[in-house]
Design a protein around this ligand. Sequence first.
Ligand SMILES: [Fe+2]
Length: 219
Amino acid sequence: MKPSTDFSIRSFIGGYDKNITYLINCNRTGAQVLVDASVELSQISPYINNSPLAIMITHGHKDHTAYLDQYISHHPSLVIVGHYASSINHYDRYKEIHDGEVIKVGELTLLAICTPGHYFDSICYKIDPALFTGDTMFVGRTGRVKSAKSDIEELYDSVYNKILTLPHDIRIYPGHDYGKKSSILLKENIKMSTLLQAKNLIDFKEKMKNYEDNRKSGS
Ligand SMILES: [Fe+2]
């Protein structure tokens, strides 16, 4: 899989629980965009050129939006991109996004894929050959469905009918650094995770129950 143009991804780990905020750079134009506001701006600032165009929120859980006000106060023109029904759409600079919409960043095109399940407003952002998955998929497993607005059947549909139907050489960039490494090729992730090997919804529910019964930590 070839990227549409040159870009780089820088990962910043911190925040509440090994969260990851990403800075994507369009190398041809210098345009930049952030994914999630989960680590302090001081970690990212040395790598910001001028002012990032936008921040794309993967879902409304507080650890992913924790530093949003800090980012805005330092970068007043920052546009917030997120799910149309998210709890953070009260910002006047909020750009509501729907499934299948694209965001232009310099010469880059990012595709929003709505992936409800872990949380109702979850969105993955795709810029070939990368997929920013938030808490929908981590290295080694899917996200969990323990929030008030989680839904295991929606998560199954999002993971199996949206993410796993993408080319398997796409690289997953999750919202937390929970795995043995911070990013992984989708095909490697499928190999190492039973939660990505379910035969059907019933099998997925059993595998998720088994995971929950044996888990130690992580969101
Ligand atoms: Fe979450």
